[in-house]
Design a protein around this ligand. Structure first.
Ligand code: BES
Ligand code: MN
Ligand code: MN
Length: 462
């Protein structure tokens, strides 16, 4: 532990500078304008893995962006840790809300990060968290303390649904064989209170299109006499929740796993201040499903949210028009046992049935994925908990997260191994948002904690 700490102290400036270089490449997977940058980032990750000590690295071509694979096999009889992460990032917009440009990383202090945080798109999600693993490998190789085999699989399409990764995993089961999968792409409660993510929500993401008249119409000549697709879409969306904020799609809750009173009581023990939560978001009150508290609403309960809605005239001034079409993007966060394909079908059937005569509705599924829960009695969980306990001085709390990493359920299905989610980000780090950042404390703590996971995982596997 002392050796780990001193290595990190000695090399921290370089660790930070290397991450800053990686953050300068705008690897936005959703926007093809950035495709060369995404590919360049893959190459930078590959190079960093060989420098850190992988004996073998490979750029694996896929139908989409490449997957970087790396490994260091010290003894086939020892356990193997498979590290997964992603080098792609979310689009940076709205650009005008950033206090410094998204791909020109700078270190600034905040109330929560008095020792500084790196501000850049991808700082926390996931370049910074992924790179902690590269530097942890360097540390273990340089100090001759790598206790087992390690494989890396870093992809470039996580933010757009991981289609190529699913393709890759199905075709490379032997290559990816492992005893545990380790991911840092989630968060923790606070810098004083570590937590281990034991659950992720699934996702069904759809786009809807409502079409009325065959052309845009003068809203005076036709207003009141024909269905306005935007009015209709708003009405249809509004009807998807009832007065208790339950989702009204028939069958939507059929497979939802209900937690026992004991489990809910256990969840309620995690430190949480509703006042601080509201203050941080500048809202007067929270809002959500009746019968559940905030920490339940955003983790163990499914949701339906409009992510974007458009149609008609949105330019300057006023234009009196009834648009021919209206659109929305809708995501449903799912919980264990809900099948995302089935939910997509239930949504489509119900949403289509809501349309009155005079409009037609088209639903296009985008992508989806299954939720995930992992038990806390596994060797992997115990090893992670021991590692956090040592570096933070307090044990980690198990927490179910509201976010999604759909590929985790697929790992379990295809590779038959458990995933341990050792996240070091904070909810306030603004991932997917302007001014995303990652605390220097969190970055360095991650690099310190990861080698201890390896150590305890190998010890407990004996
Ligand atoms: N790293 C996030 C997921 C996450 C963040 C989980 C924080 C738990 C805590 C990941 O990059 C992400 O953004 N996932 C997407 C899903 C994907 C299919 C686009 C999400 O959750 O919206
Ligand atoms: Mn991520
Ligand atoms: Mn993300």
């Amino acid at each position: 532990m002392e050796n780990i700490k001193s290595y990190v102290q000695q090399h921290k400036d370089r660790f930070i500078n290397e991450l800053i270089e990686l953050l300068k490449i705008p690897s936005v997977s959703a926007d093809t304008a950035y495709s060369q940058d995404v590919i360049d980032t893959a190459e930078a990750v590959k190079e960093s893995l060989s420098k850190a000590g992988c004996d073998y690295v490979e750029t694996c071509d896929t139908p989409g962006y490449p997957i970087i694979y790396g490994e260091k096999i010290i003894d086939p009889n020892l356990p193997t840790v498979l590290v997964y992460g992603h080098y792609d990032v979310q689009p940076p917009d709205p650009l005008e809300l950033w206090t410094s440009p998204p791909f020109e990383p700078v270190i600034k202090t905040t109330d929560i990060h008095p020792e500084g945080a790196i501000f850049a798109r991808g700082a926390c999600d996931d370049k910074g968290q992924m790179y902690m693993h590269v530097k942890a490998l360097e540390l273990m190789v340089q100090s001759n303390t790598l206790p087992c085999n390690v494989k890396f699989m870093i992809e470039g399409e996580e933010e757009v649904g991981s289609a190529s990764l699913a393709w890759f995993v199905e075709r490379n089961q032997e290559k990816l064989k492992n005893d545990v999968i380790l991911i840092s792409d989630t968060g923790m409660i606070s810098n004083q209170q570590p937590s281990i993510t034991t659950g992720l929500r699934g996702l069904s993401y759809v786009e809807v299109e409502v079409t009325g008249p065959n052309r845009d119409l003068h809203s005076g000549l036709y207003g009141g006499a024909v269905a306005n697709p935007i009015n209709i879409l708003a009405k249809m969306i509004a009807s998807l929740h009832d007065e208790n904020n339950h989702i009204t799609i028939p069958g939507f809750y059929d497979k939802v796993e209900e937690l026992s009173a004991e489990e809910r009581a256990e969840m309620a023990k995690a430190p949480f201040s509703l006042e601080k939560y509201k203050n941080a978001l500048n809202i007067e009150d929270v809002y959500g499903e009746k019968g559940y508290v905030t920490n339940e609403r955003n983790s163990i309960r499914p949701t339906l949210d409009v992510n974007g809605i458009w149609g008609g005239y949105t330019g300057e001034g006023a234009k009196t028009v009834i648009a021919s079409k209206a659109f929305a993007k809708i995501s449903m966060r799912l919980v264990p046992n809900q099948e995302w394909e089935e939910i997509t079908e239930l949504f489509t059937k119900h949403f289509t049935s809501l349309a009155p005569a005079g409009v037609t509705v088209k639903v296009t599924p985008h992508h989806g994925g299954q939720g995930y829960v992992t038990p806390i009695d596994s060797i992997g969980y115990q090893a992670a908990n021991k590692a956090y306990t040592e570096t933070f001085g307090v044990p980690a709390i198990p927490v179910r997260s509201g976010g999604s990493i759909p590929i985790v359920a697929l790992f379990e299905k295809e590779l038959k191994s458990k995933t341990i989610l050792m996240g070091f980000g904070l909810d306030s780090d603004a991932i997917h948002s302007p001014n995303e950042h990652f605390g220097i404390f969190n970055y360095l703590k991650g690099i310190e904690t990861i080698p201890l996971f390896y150590k305890y995982f190998v010890e407990l596997s004996k």
